[in-house]
Design a protein around this ligand. Structure first.
Ligand code: CA
Length: 231
């Protein structure tokens, strides 16, 4: 997605410059900020297409900034990829709860970063990426809202469909109930977290008939994950 503008917020200059160099080579238009204050000023001037946000920053944590941006209607839609040096899953979950669209654990290769950026930008586009997603014989057609398993239709209610669509476009990540509420129902609706479990159960039951229920995994104490692998 060459030509897209990316704002990098990272206080460690050598790292920031290295990332900027890699992204410029990939054709992105790159701006840089050394702290959250600087980043917010730049965001007020002109909004980039994506924010690359370091977790550990001197004035405010990247996580706090992500939360602020997702709460503000002007920046709510801005895709954010968090950069973190911590590898624990719980931190990643916290990062995503804070509103990040994806995260990368340092160190990472420039190629890996470009691939992630492109994936997040594609999802952020109206219509959001590929129309047909297929994982392990389970296929979701976003144009017709139809789900099939080995070419047989899987009957799903609208909420179960939206939930499955979210999972299939965000595989291999753990999402808490709170995050699922935000992402599947939208932040302004009042739904109890227990409701999530009810819909997860219905979704699993629908998939069970086709031998696909193992794709929806419970991660104890963290939430749910869509994964083709067993963990
Ligand atoms: Ca840092």
């Amino acid at each position: 997605m060459a030509g897209k503008q990316i704002l990098i917020v990272e206080d460690e200059r050598p790292i920031r410059e290295m990332i900027a160099y890699g992204l410029r080579r990939a054709g992105f238009d790159v701006r840089e900020a050394g702290d959250c204050r600087d980043a917010r000023q730049q965001l007020a001037d002109r909004q980039p297409d994506l924010l690359l946000l370091d977790w550990m920053l001197p004035d405010m944590s990247g996580l706090e900034l992500a939360r602020l941006l997702k709460r503000d209607k002007d920046t709510r839609e801005l895709p954010i990829i968090m950069l973190t040096a911590r590898a624990e899953e719980t931190d990643k979950v916290a990062g995503l709860e804070g509103g990040a669209d994806d995260y990368m654990t340092k160190p990472f290769s420039p190629r890996e970063l470009v691939a992630r950026i492109n994936a997040v930008l594609r999802r952020a586009e109206p219509g959001g990426g590929d129309d047909r997603i297929e994982i392990e014989g389970l296929a979701l057609d976003r144009a017709s809202h139809r789900v099939t398993a080995n070419d047989r239709t899987v009957p799903l209610g609208p909420t179960e469909y939206r939930m499955l669509e979210f999972f299939m476009t965000h595989p291999e990540r753990v999402y808490s109930r709170e995050q699922l509420l935000d992402r599947v129902w939208g932040g302004n609706v009042y739904v109890e977290e227990r409701t999530i479990d009810v819909h997860i159960r219905r979704l699993r039951k629908a998939l069970e008939a086709f031998g696909c229920d193992h794709l929806i995994q419970t991660v104890r104490g963290a939430g749910y994950r869509f994964s083709a692998r067993s963990h």
